[in-house]
Design a protein around this ligand. Structure first.
Ligand SMILES: Nc1ncnc2c1ncn2[C@@H]1O[C@H](COP(=O)(O)OP(=O)(O)O)[C@@H](O)[C@H]1O
Ligand SMILES: [Mg+2]
Length: 105
């Protein structure tokens, strides 16, 4: 494909520390999305869909790996820069808006 991807996910990992346990919610996910593509994420409960969407929506950051949106490495951006991206480039319709909360980084 000649076109550049709108976004690229490269070997993305997200761990959650739960006391002395670590939950590996995303273990090295990679994919590209190209302009005009319509994409769904499917999987069983607990498979990491919400964790992935929180990162795609710039509401959370990966533990490791890369999320390149529009050519920009989002994992290097400040909270303010991510807030700007959320305001300008990302639309989100949440089935559970009450669950959204500011994330601690
Ligand atoms: N904030 C969190 N703290 C600890 N564990 C979490 C947190 N968010 C998600 N998890 C865990 O990560 C895994 C993936 O969860 P989630 O992304 O919500 O899956 P899905 O949306 O596909 O049901 C689950 O094991 C879940 O318990
Ligand atoms: Mg979910």
């Amino acid at each position: 494909m000649d076109e550049l991807p709108i976004l690229s996910i490269e070997n993305l990992r997200r761990d959650f520390k739960m006391g002395d346990q670590v939950v590996h919610a995303l273990r090295g996910v990679s994919f590209d999305i190209y302009p005009g593509e319509f994409v769904t994420i499917m999987g069983t409960s607990g498979s990491g869909k919400s964790t992935m969407l929180n990162i795609l929506g710039c509401m959370d950051k990966p533990t490791a790996g890369h999320y390149i949106l529009d050519g920009e490495h989002t994992e290097k951006l400040s909270r303010d820069a991510l807030a700007r991206i959320r305001g300008q480039k990302i639309g989100f319709v949440s089935a559970a808006a009450g669950r959204l909360r500011p994330w601690k980084w």
